[in-house]
Design a protein around this ligand. Sequence first.
Ligand SMILES: Nc1nc2c(ncn2[C@@H]2O[C@H](COP(=O)(O)OP(=O)(O)OP(=O)(O)O)[C@@H](O)[C@H]2O)c(=O)[nH]1
Ligand SMILES: [Mg+2]
Length: 399
Amino acid sequence: MAELAELAATAGGELIGEGLQKTESLNPATFIGKGKAAEFADFCQRQNVDTVIFDDDLSPAQSRNLEKIFNCKVLDRTSLILDIFAQRARTREGKLQIELAQLQHLLPRLTKYWGHLSRQTGGIGMRGGEGESQLESDRRKVSERIDKISRDLDTVRRQRATQRVGRQRNNWPLASIVGYTNSGKSTLLNALTGADVLVKDILFATLDPTTRRLKLPTNQNVLLTDTVGFIRKLPHGLVEAFKATLEEVVQADLLLHVVDVSHPQAEEQIAAVNAVLAEIGAGGKPTLMVFNKMDLPHDQGALNRLQERHPHAVAISAVTGEGVASLLAEVGTQLRPKREFLELRVPHEQSAVIARLHQVGQVISRNYRGPTARFKARIPPHYHDEFAPYIVREAQAAS
Ligand SMILES: Nc1nc2c(ncn2[C@@H]2O[C@H](COP(=O)(O)OP(=O)(O)OP(=O)(O)O)[C@@H](O)[C@H]2O)c(=O)[nH]1
Ligand SMILES: [Mg+2]
């Protein structure tokens, strides 16, 4: 509930009150029980509340029914997070991704309260993009808008893929900073590379990925990417929408998983991050745990437990610089097994294998003529087994 309050404040809301219900079974029509709903409705009436936010996701019917009972706008966790993302998006791709996710999530939930409130007060849940006016018009227009966004996104993503190929010509290994929102990922990128990414004590300060070159003390070059933070119950639609942005994470040779050890729920946050990583297909990647904010007061017992569970973790403070030298040394060690340079032949009908190769590897050349498709690609060694049946030649490791 504390996190939900923080999310609401980040979205510009003011917390008036909160309530809980313990229940054996959810009410399919109203999510919470009828009696509890009436009790909350009474509170809302007296306190002049204009928005009620649930920490769980509501079905479209549930939010409509609850709006009738409360006589005000009802949001669920997903709509709230989408709203924050809509405020934060800076790049064209980020904005389009959010608008698409919002249209898809909010469309079946729209009621008079939304239209009314968003026009009058620009309330939470309906900001950003042309979606706001479009959403109020008919469904046909909305689905046209969805089509258009999807096409625009395609174009933007093709451009980004081209930029990525340009970067990869260097053949530098890729490391990606991941972690719960507000754990200090951007602070770490700035500290390591002199980048100038916005750092703020709010949730989801960063949405769009930033990549910088990191030169290790061994002179080895690494491309380091900072990207959007994760959160528990990250809306599935949002994960879908951000898959392209998160390709940097999927392609990385190494993940730096940043944990805020001063947070009382650090362990749960690690689990939430791992769940999202699995969802985007980056589970099981070589991962270096980075215990951050060591300069802040923390529960020593909890930290000991974390260290037992993650014995190779590096403890640092991205702000004071404590532990950063050990972190760089560890990154160097972990990236030593470099990408293998392989020649592969894949039957044309194995399109999933071909797609996967482009996803996890750096494809240097491709030739689709002839009985099998042929590729030269650099692949992180941990994918070797997956592509073993198609490898025709192993060249020496790239540097
Ligand atoms: N005391 C202390 N504060 C830190 C440390 N690292 C980050 N912070 C603070 O934590 C807050 C969040 O830092 P960010 O770098 O923006 O965190 P992030 O993980 O990029 O967050 P999002 O982009 O919102 O997901 C800021 O107020 C930072 O100054 C640290 O090692 N020690
Ligand atoms: Mg950030």
